[in-house]
Design a protein. Structure first.
Length: 134
């Protein structure tokens, strides 16, 4: 699994879990004083896809762990929608599905385990966007 900006690639081959969630984003309202079968649902918001990678990065070298956590932090830089470089967001490649998505990074988290200086757990949440988003 890879996230790429075209010039930089973050390799996530050590991903333990990959979750893809597609949502219709219904506005679902109950009718006052009615049972749950009496509801009004509006399909006006469009469909979203959320992709979450989580895993464990293990390295014996502190500098390698530092580079990885810096790379994860740098995924969110306040400039994902900038089109001046020609690419919007990131390209997310999932080889197991032969799928490629254009994405924005919504969350990028990492945690170091107490007592284990060689391991970092991470989670990265992406939202699929159109190529013209920005």
């Amino acid at each position: 699994n890879f996230l790429s900006t075209g010039s930089t690639t973050l390799n996530l081959t050590h991903t333990r879990d990959l979750q893809s969630r597609k949502s219709a984003n219904f506005i679902n309202l109950p009718l006052p004083g009615s049972d749950s079968t009496d509801r009004i649902a509006f399909d006006i918001m469009g469909v979203t896809r959320e992709i979450t990678f989580s895993g464990e990065y293990v390295s014996g070298a502190t500098s390698t762990l530092d580079n990885f956590t810096t790379d994860v932090d740098n995924l969110i830089n306040g400039n994902q929608g900038n089109t001046s470089g020609g690419q919007v967001g990131y390209i997310c490649t999932i080889p197991q599905k032969s799928s490629t998505f254009r994405v924005f990074v919504n969350d990028a988290n990492w945690t170091m385990r107490a007592g284990d200086p060689n391991t970092v757990n991470y989670s990265i949440t992406l939202y699929e966007v159109s190529s013209s988003s920005g």
